[in-house]
Design a protein around this ligand. Sequence first.
Ligand code: F6R
Length: 263
Amino acid sequence: MEIIIQPTYARLAEVAAEIIRDALLKKPNLVLGLATGSTPIGVYEALVQMHRTDRLDFSNVTTFNLDEYVGIPPDHPYSYHTFMRTHLFNLINIPVENYHIPQSTVVGHAEFCERYEAAIVDAGGIDIQVLGIGRDGHIGFNEPSSSLGSRTRIKTLTRGTLEANASHFGGTVDTVPKMAITMGVGTIMEAKQCLLLASGGPKAEAIANAVEGPITAEVPASVLQMHPRAVVIIDDAAASQLKRVDYYKQVYANKLELLSRDG
Ligand code: F6R
């Protein structure tokens, strides 16, 4: 794993956006896997800024979102469809037919999940998958105990996840949808590169478990230790429970030095 530790959330968002921009400049028909939640918002803001000021072109980009709550319509104010349109899709030049978000109101969820997986394959696979992490170590909505080989399917959300999202649904866990469609851990692992983002002290334990703990279904993000191109981009607070902070910082400083020497 490559561990990039930045002093602030703003810097980690910029670093992640720069990785995506550089990949997009090399491959205009980039396939992106996207996450919702508070963590990637700064990354999307930076990409929108690059689109506006540097004309970063999303017209040939295809995207697949990780997840969506079951049973809420796409135009619900707290659906992930609304989130993505508000924070990214309506602000860049991506054609509407190029972005994909699980449709959680469909009849026949199992068939939908199979079609979603097939669409990712048809697009050539995901080049870069953006991930946040739950305090319990979940990625997508793959809660602890999810099979590390799982595919896109419906998952029941844990009480902790319901509580974390309650503020969006009137403040009580009773009003939060209890299930979500999510890409599986196995689906995520097939992305060519994964960017795991985390900010703030409340994520420090999950990051320590994911990066330095054993690989276990109890911490789904820990499987990224097996991914050949997993990049963990975090701020100092989220890094605060890692044992090897100085080493990770040295590795990254050396990489930047080599890159600057190569021009
Ligand atoms: C959302 C998703 C989730 C979040 C995670 C962290 O699409 O996949 O795994 O990334 O719950 O959420 P935030 O960023 O709000 O702390």
